[in-house]
Design a protein around this ligand. Structure first.
Ligand code: ATP
Length: 330
C-alpha cells in the first residue's frame, strides 16, 4: 500500500551482476511522485536492468528497492510498463488489444470500457479501424503506452519509448507523456537527450552501472554543464582573431567548429563565464582586425554537453570511476 509521502521509487546501493558483468554497481536513485523522470545512459549502462528490478522481473544482488514504500513485487498492480520491444497481436484492433490487456487486471466491465475510451482518445487511436499489423511504429508506441496505462498505474515505466520513431511519432509520444505529468509518475529510459529536455523535470545519468548525476533537470544542468560558449563566425579566416582572444583573461578556451555548409567563413567557439565582456570585446577585436562578423551567438549548454562530460570515455578515465560526491544519488 502507499505510505504517505514515500517516493515513487527509492533505490539504495542496488547491485546486479550477470556472471562477471556488473550491470549495476551500487546505484542510488530517488524518483519523486508526480515527476517525469528521464533515465539516460549509453548502451549497456544498466537502464533496462534497473527497470526490470523495479518491476520485480530481475532480482538484485545487493541494495534495497522500494516502490511507493513497498517491495517491487507487491506493487506490480500499481506499475505500468512498456518494454523496448513490445509484442502485439497484429490481427487485433486497438480497442480489442486494450480490452485484452485490461482483462489481466480483473476490472469491472464499465470501468474497463470507460478506460479504453479515454485511452483511445489520449493516444489518438479512437477513430482508427486498421488492425495493429497495419500500424506505423508511432501508432504502435502510442498503443503501447495506452496498454501500459490500462490499470491506471501510479508509476509508468517506459523503456526507450521514442527510439526508432520519426519526429512526428516522437512528438506524439512525448505529448502523451507530458499529459501524464502530475497524475502519474513517469520514469523512462532513452538515448535521445532532446526528449529529456523537452518533457522531463528530473534526470539521472547512468554509466557503467553507476549514477553519475541525478536530480531536477535544471540543477543537474547548472552543476555539470560547464562554461557557456560564444559562437563567433567571421566572413574569412579566424586565425588572427583566435590568437588575439587567447591572450584575453576572460577567455577559458577556444575551439574550432565547422561552419554551416552554406557559409564559408571560419567558426570558433569561446568558453567563458563572462558573457557581457565577450559581447563587448569580440566585436571590438573584429573591428580592429577589419574583419566581417557573420555571427555572434551565446550558446546555452545542453544536456548533451552534460552527458558528454559525465560519460564520454577519455583515455585517462578508469573503467569504473567513483560516483560523484553529490550522490551517486538523486
Ligand atoms: P541499452 O541502452 O543498450 O538497452 P541498458 O542501459 O539498458 O543498455 P542493460 O540492458 O541493463 O543496459 O545492460 C547492462 C549490462 O548488463 C550490459 O553489459 C548487458 O550486456 C548486461 N546484461 C543485461 N542483461 C543481461 C542478461 N540477461 N545476461 C547477461 N548479461 C546481461
Amino acid at each position: 500500500m502507499t505510505e504517505g509521502g514515500a517516493p515513487a521509487v527509492e533505490i539504495r546501493g542496488l547491485a546486479k551482476h550477470y556472471g562477471p558483468v556488473r550491470a549495476l554497481d551500487g546505484i542510488d536513485l530517488t524518483v519523486e511522485r508526480g515527476s517525469v523522470f528521464g533515465f539516460v545512459g549509453p548502451n549497456g549502462a544498466g537502464k533496462t536492468t534497473t527497470l526490470r528490478v523495479l518491476l520485480g522481473l530481475a532480482r538484485s544482488d545487493a541494495g534495497s528497492v522500494r516502490v511507493f514504500g513497498g517491495e517491487p513485487g507487491t506493487m506490480r498492480r500499481r506499475i505500468g510498463f512498456l518494454p523496448d520491444v513490445p509484442g502485439y497481436y497484429s490481427w487485433m484492433r486497438a480497442d480489442e488489444f486494450l480490452r485484452f490487456a485490461g482483462s489481466l487486471f480483473s476490472l469491472d466491465s464499465d470501468t474497463l470500457e470507460a478506460r479504453i475510451r479515454a485511452l483511445l482518445d489520449m493516444s489518438g487511436l479512437g477513430g482508427v479501424s486498421t488492425r495493429i499489423g497495419g500500424y506505423s511504429r508511432g501508432m504502435r508506441q502510442r498503443l503501447g503506452i495506452a496498454q501500459a496505462l490500462i490499470n491506471a498505474p501510479d508509476l509508468l515505466l517506459l523503456d526507450e519509448p521514442t527510439s526508432a520513431l520519426d519526429p512526428i511519432g516522437r512528438k506524439d509520444v512525448l505529448d502523451m507523456i507530458a499529459e501524464l505529468r502530475g497524475r502519474t509518475t513517469v520514469l523512462f529510459s532513452t538515448h535521445i537527450l532532446g526528449d529529456v529536455e523537452r518533457v522531463c523535470d528530473h534526470v539521472a545519468v547512468l554509466d557503467h552501472g553507476l549514477v553519475r548525476a541525478a536530480g531536477p533537470l535544471d540543477e543537474v544542468m547548472s552543476r555539470h554543464a560547464g562554461a557557456q560558449r560564444v559562437v563567433v563566425q567571421l566572413d574569412g579566416d579566424a586565425d588572427v582573431l583566435a590568437e588575439r582572444l587567447a591572450g584575453e583573461t576572460w577567455v577559458d578556451a577556444i575551439t574550432r567548429s565547422e561552419p554551416p555548409a552554406s557559409d564559408g567563413g571560419d567558426v570558433i567557439e569561446i568558453a567563458t563565464d563572462d558573457i557581457p565582456r565577450a559581447r563587448r570585446r569580440v566585436p571590438a577585436l573584429v573591428a580592429e582586425l577589419d574583419a566581417g562578423l557573420v555571427r555572434f551567438e551565446v550558446r546555452q549548454p545542453s544536456l548533451e554537453d552534460v552527458f558528454v562530460s559525465l560519460v564520454a570515455p577519455d583515455p585517462g578515465r578508469a573503467e569504473r570511476r567513483p560516483a560523484e560526491s553529490e550522490g551517486n544519488a538523486r
